[in-house]
Design a protein around this ligand. Structure first.
Ligand code: DC
Length: 239
């Protein structure tokens, strides 16, 4: 298969927003679409994870999980996030202050603390501005929770992805086990249900389906089927 699809619409570079619940395969499908159509892929969740890793490394999260908001707000300018293409995976890796943190930001420790950090208005404001600057020229696929509602409300293509909590937990479990992390299925299920709750009920830019989003429940789809669904939608909207 060609690495990049040769499409008649290649010159019209749109903005594609993919939102949805935790661990529902958004990033897998977003990455695949970006690769096929030659767009840039940005994982906005990785940015919130980088902020969370910064908090953990700097001791800004206490034993009971409370974030030192004052300290974090005062030190937001010390957080520098960038993405650089990893030549071996062909995908962008997240860098925090010049260090590749792609692996550290995917641990259960970061997952356990990320939602409260992502709910802080000053964190959202900084990340939203960064995301908007990354996507200002179009030709981008960005996934997250508020991309089609708050970051790019005028995106030409919006998708809202979901799947049952059990299916999502199983996928995450398999992924972490494959990386050698010792995790329990119940811990993962609990973590993602808690993240869904915080992400959907926070005051600023909560997880919501945009009214003009196309909905995909991929509970019973294979990765190939969901990738094809997304590519077909892209062709339908751009041709
Ligand atoms: O997609 P993810 O699981 O890596 O995202 C990590 C957390 O970041 C998730 O719990 C919610 C938050 N997030 C957000 O609030 N807004 C986004 N656009 C992306 C992620």
């Amino acid at each position: 298969m060609n690495n990049t699809e040769n499409t008649s619409s290649a010159s019209r570079r749109i903005t594609i927003a993919i939102d949805g619940h935790s661990s529902c395969g958004k990033s897998t499908m977003a990455k695949d679409l970006a690769r096929r159509i030659g767009y840039i892929y940005i994982d906005s969740g990785a940015m919130y994870r980088c902020c969370t890793l910064f908090c953990i490394e700097q001791g800004l999260i206490s034993g009971d999980g409370a974030v030192d908001e004052q300290q974090l707000q005062a030190r937001m300018n010390e957080i520098n996030i960038a993405f650089h293409l990893n030549p071996s995976s062909g995908r962008p890796d997240a860098y925090l202050n010049g260090v590749n943190v792609e692996r550290q930001i995917r641990t259960m420790e970061v997952s356990a603390h990320v939602s409260p950090v992502a709910a802080l208005p000053f964190v959202r404001e900084a990340m939203t501005a960064l995301q908007q600057s990354m996507g200002q020229k179009g030709g981008i696929v960005m996934d997250g929770r508020d991309i089609g509602t708050a970051v790019f409300p005028n995106a030409e293509m919006k998708v809202f992805v979901t799947a049952s909590p059990e299916v999502r937990a199983q996928r995450r479990y398999d992924e972490l086990r494959a990386k050698g992390e010792e995790v329990s299925f119940d811990e993962i299920l609990q973590n993602l249900q808690e993240r869904d709750r915080i992400d959907s009920t926070r005051a600023v830019a909560p997880l919501r389906q945009a009214p003009d989003a196309y909905v995909l429940d991929n509970s019973s789809l294979t990765i190939e089927e969901q990738n094809q669904w997304l590519l077909d939608l892209y062709h339908k909207l751009t041709n």
